[in-house]
Design a protein around this ligand. Structure first.
Ligand SMILES: [Zn+2]
Length: 134
């Protein structure tokens, strides 16, 4: 598999930009959590490498951790909620979904009523969580 490292680089840059904004606003910021959705394909060790490098320059006093958020879906027809663990997918299908989260609609349907009309409630993209103590 050919892997594009630029992807992690772009995510790290976006995170750093946000951290820069945050420490301007909250100089007492010491800790952030980078939450990566289950549907977001990232190589955590590569992302960590980039973040270590950039954080040292931009925000040396701030610790970070990377956590994953499980994907959650909600059916628009019957209201049922489920996760990726509840559906039977092949390795290839899981791989495809991790690369293109939009593909989830091609592979997944509501386990309760079989509809493909559902929304992704959780598990997409990258979020930053932080706590500021005054
Ligand atoms: Zn349903």
């Amino acid at each position: 598999m050919v892997y594009n490292w630029m992807h992690e680089w772009a995510i790290a840059e976006a995170v750093i930009l946000e951290v820069e904004n945050l420490i301007t606003r909250y100089p007492s910021l010491r800790r952030i959590k980078v939450v990566a959705g289950e549907l977001q394909n990232i190589d955590e060790s590569v992302l960590r490498q980039y973040l270590d490098m950039m954080m040292k320059e931009v925000a040396p006093g701030v610790d970070y951790e990377i956590t994953r958020e499980k994907a959650e879906f909600k059916c628009n027809v019957c209201g049922y909620r489920w996760s990726l663990d509840d559906v039977d997918l092949s390795e290839d299908e899981r791989e495809a979904i991790h690369f293109v989260p939009e593909a989830v609609h091609a592979y997944v349907k509501c386990p309760s009523c079989g509809s493909r009309d559902f929304i992704v409630v959780k598990g997409r993209g990258i979020k930053l969580l932080y706590e500021v103590r005054e």
